[in-house]
Ligand binder design. Structure first.
Ligand code: AMP
Length: 114
């Protein structure tokens, strides 16, 4: 599998505004933010889509969600509220084939998937 753009960020081959990193997870600002807070929380393991995740990834993906909630607290949006989104494949609007959770907030969000 070729390195995804997010793996290249993990390897510091391309720059990103990194917010958080540990041995399993990295988080950085989205390059094209849709809200005042728009951070991508990404497992370092390059899994193309959530369709490709399996039982052995359960702990890792749980850790990614918990990291999103910790970053929401860090950003001070946890009480006001926020959204965590995973897009999958074409109709889900996925453009980078390395699982990532969008942490979006900092304003009142609508609820239309269009
Ligand atoms: P998705 O469409 O769900 O696959 O989300 C991919 C996201 O990655 C989009 O919101 C892009 O703006 C974002 N993105 C693409 N390239 C970069 C990059 N080099 N640094 C940060 N965010 C990126």
């Amino acid at each position: 599998m070729n390195d995804s753009i997010f793996t290249k960020i993990i390897k510091r081959e391309i720059p990103a505004d990194i917010i958080y990193e540990d041995s399993d997870v990295i988080a950085f600002n989205d390059i094209s933010p849709k809200a005042p807070v728009h951070i991508l929380v990404v497992p370092k393991k390059q899994i193309p889509t959530i369709n490709d995740a399996n039982d052995e990834d359960a702990f890792l993906l749980g850790k990614v969600i918990l990291t999103a909630s910790k970053i929401a607290k860090m950003k001070g949006i946890d009480e006001r509220g926020y959204r965590v989104i995973v897009n999958c494949n074409q109709e889900g609007g996925q453009s980078v084939y390395h699982i990532h959770f969008h942490l979006i907030g900092g304003k009142q969000l609508g609820w239309s998937p269009d």
